[in-house]
Design a protein around this ligand. Structure first.
Ligand SMILES: [Zn+2]
Length: 107
């Protein structure tokens, strides 16, 4: 079974849907707690973030990763850095991306 990408406009919708699919509520809360940091900072800066989840749709689903995507404008430069650094505990990929932006990479 291949991985699928699902997207949600709100935290509650994402959490409820994954729990209904059989995912462990605490696991999902841990994952989304981090993504929520990115999400809320993005909203604060005027962007329209979406919760994205990569999962293998089994019962329970195998959740591979969470991320934040954007409807409309994608944050650039310092805005993106602020969004990436917003969660209390930074992810490895978040730090890598911040370094790339600081080195002049345009996302
Ligand atoms: Zn992150």
């Amino acid at each position: 079974m291949g991985a699928e990408n699902v997207r949600f406009r709100s935290y509650d919708h994402c959490l409820d849907t994954l729990v209904r699919m059989g995912a462990d509520r605490l696991d999902v809360e841990n994952l989304l707690g981090h993504e929520r940091g990115h999400y809320e900072k993005a909203v604060e800066l005027g962007f329209k973030p979406i919760y994205g989840i990569w999962l293998v749709p089994d019962f329970p689903p195998l959740i591979l990763a969470g991320y934040i995507d954007f409807e409309g404008a994608v944050p650039q430069g310092q805005d993106m850095i602020d969004i990436l650094m917003a969660p209390t505990v930074s992810g490895e990929d978040d730090i890598k991306l911040v370094k790339r932006i600081e080195n002049g990479y345009q996302c």
